[in-house]
Every structure is written in C-alpha cells, then in structure tokens.
Write a protein that binds this ligand. Sequence first.
Ligand code: ZN
Length: 178
Amino acid sequence: MSILKIARLGHPILCKKASPVDNISDPNITKLIHDMTETMLDAKGIGLAAPQVYSSKQVIIFRSLENQTKEDSHIKITALINPKINKISDDTENQWEACLSIPGMLGLVKRYSKISYEGFDMNGNIIKQEAEGLRARIVQHEYDHLMGILYTRRLVDKKAFGYADEIEEYWKKKHEQK
Ligand code: ZN
C-alpha cells in the first residue's frame, strides 16, 4: 500500500465527473481502495473519494464512526464502488464540514439528514444501507466529489467559510452563546 498525494482545491480533477468502474474485480481498483485507505488514515480523514487522489473513478471510502467501542479500537472502513444515494426524507441539517482537498478550512453546509446509499464493495457484493447524521453527511460529501462538486458550492451562507481557527473563534463560540 502507498500513501497518495491529495488533490487540492483549484485542481481541475476535483471539478470533473468521475466515470463508473466497469470491472470491479480489476486488481487496479483493489489497489486503489487500499491506497485510498492508507492515504485517508494518514491524513486523519473520515472519508475520501478517488478523484481526490487523481483517479477519476466512482470509488469512495469512509470510516464507520458508529458502534465503535473502546474495547474494539479496530477502524472499520467502508468502500463503495459506483455508489448511488437517495434522500429518505426532506429533513436537512446544517453542519461544519472539512475536506482533505481544502486543508485547514471549514464551511457550513446543508445536507439531507437521512439517506439511503448503495453500491458495490471490493468483492462485487451489493451494499445497501441507510444512514443518518454524520454518516449521512460523509456519504453525501464523498458522493459529491464523484459529481465534481466541492462543499464550497453548497455553503449555507457565502460568509460561512474560512480557516478552522477563525471559525471556531467567531462562528462556533458565538453560536454556543445563543
Ligand atoms: Zn472532501
């Protein structure tokens, strides 16, 4: 496995629609997923999409943050190939998001609260799940990468974007005081 370079905001590959994977059992796809996993863990991310590592393919990975107990510190990672998502309800939530392609920054983004997603795992098995809260947010964020969309295009308010420390100071604290 190897740690890959991560494309940053401004690189055109991040604005390009990724193409579907034709052959899921292609060893190159397996290698891509392994390398993406190592890259995401190294960068301390919770999700990563293939275009972020310069591969314009419909592959995303994300960490499972639920059901993780102290005894079981094993990190669970889901890989989804050719994913599709659907909203389950019209409810939305606004939350601050970060992106490994926009290091050091945060933006306030509206996402559907509950979604279903499906796709294939590395072995070609169909994955079909529902997600809410943070996991739903991560899947929508990573799926957007495959459509060439960065969270900066989905800001709730154009002003709600900036360096993480400034956001902590001037947005989050202000919000908590209310
Ligand atoms: Zn991202």
